[in-house]
Structure formats: C-alpha cells, structure tokens
Design a protein around this ligand. Structure first.
Ligand code: FMN
Length: 194
C-alpha cells in the first residue's frame, strides 16, 4: 500500500463523540464535546479524557473531582458539534442545545438524559501533556438505555447508534454495519497457524 506522510499531527479515527458533563463548585452544570476519550483500564475500570487546560469543563472537574462521559447518538450530531464550538464560560449550552441533565447515582456531575450510555467517573489522576491535561477517571457506574437490551439480555449496538468522529478529516459518521464477533472471529486463524 503506498502512503503519504502526514507528519506529527493528530489525524486518527474512528473516535467516539462524547459529551462530558460536569458541575462547578458554584453548582453550574456544563457540557462539552470530547473525542479524545477512551477506556484505558479494566481493573480498576478507568476512563481517560484529554482536555485543554482552558476548558471550563476542566476547571469544573478540578473543582468537584468528578465527570460523566455521555455517548452521543447520531441524531444529536448538531447539538454535539455546537457544544464543541461554544464554551460554558459564555453561555448555558444545555439550554441552547436542549439537553436535559438528570442526577447521576454516584457523582455530583449530571447525566444527559438524551444519551443512551452514561459513564460516571471519579477523578483519580491528572497527567500534564503540554496545554492538555489527561484526566483518569475511575468508573463508578454506567447507565445503558433500557431499549438497547434484547430479550436475552445482550446489548444491541444499533440502539445506541453512536456518532463516530473522524479526527483530521473533521466529519461525523454513524456506526455502519457489523462485520464480526470480537474475541471470536480471530480463532479461525488458530487452526491455520498450528
Ligand atoms: C468533535 C469535537 C471533539 C472535541 N474533542 C475535544 C477533546 O477531546 N478535548 C478538548 O479539550 N476539546 C475538545 N473539543 C473542543 C471543545 O469541545 C470546545 O473547546 C468547547 O468549547 C469546550 O467547552 P467548555 O469551555 O464549556 O468546557 C472538541 C470539539 C469537537 C467539535
């Protein structure tokens, strides 16, 4: 495959599109779009979020020590993009975007009702990365939309309909179609190798 070098940059995809909700020490609730987000440990369950130190969200998380990562469904692409263009320093983004904060179970930051998957995190560690701060949050609760569960109790990815962000290309896509079962399909190569 012939390739073109892009140099040191941040082009990488797919990335999740999330809305990180937080509350300040003054009780102000805010939400921001974040795609530099991911699970980084199972024991303890940990979510990493990388935030520019000027974000209002970063300040609020430092104040109250918690945050919620809300998965953005594809039909909220416009609202999510808006929350990534405006700062909570200047306006109430929840109000403008029509998003509904509801109390979380274990942390002070709220969940977004419109999101089908909400991850409650307690801030455990912070790593300095130039102008960014990598926040490691211990996952203390996850809420998954009831409508996503099949009768057998498994989860149907289509019900979450996650909005996918292509970093570098600056586009939002939806999930596309299922290609294989994970931790399973690769076994077909076991026989070939032995
Ligand atoms: C798709 C998308 C992804 C983004 N991801 C991040 C991110 O991971 N980290 C970050 O610091 N800013 C990210 N931003 C920018 C922030 O969302 C934006 O600066 C926002 O205004 C910050 O809001 P706040 O000041 O209310 O916290 C992203 C923006 C968009 C549109």
């Amino acid at each position: 495959m012939q390739k073109r070098q892009l140099g040191p940059c941040v082009t990488f995809f797919p990335q999740p599109t999330t809305l990180v909700s937080s509350v300040g020490s003054d009780g102000q609730v805010n939400v921001m779009t974040a795609s530099w987000v991911g699970i980084v440990s199972k024991t303890p369950p940990t979510m990493a979020v990388s935030l520019h130190m000027n974000r209002r969200t970063y300040r609020q998380i430092r104040q109250t020590g918690c945050f919620v990562v809300n998965l953005v469904p594809a039909d909220l692409a416009v609202e999510a993009d808006y929350c990534g263009l405006k700062s909570g320093r200047d306006e109430d983004k929840l109000l403008v975007a029509g998003l509904t904060p509801v109390p979380a179970r274990r942390v002070a930051a709220p969940l977004l009702d419109e999101s089908p998957l909400n991850v409650e995190c307690v801030l455990r560690e912070e790593i300095e990365l130039g102008e960014y701060r990598l926040l490691l949050g211990e996952i203390v609760e996850i809420h998954a939309a009831e409508k996503a569960f099949t009768e057998s109790g498994s989860m149907d990815a289509r019900a979450f309909d996650p909005l996918v962000y292509l970093g570098g290309i600056r586009e939002y896509w939806d999930l596309g179609r299922k290609r294989a079962d994970a931790y399973a399909e690769g076994k077909k190569l076991f026989a070939k190798k032995s």
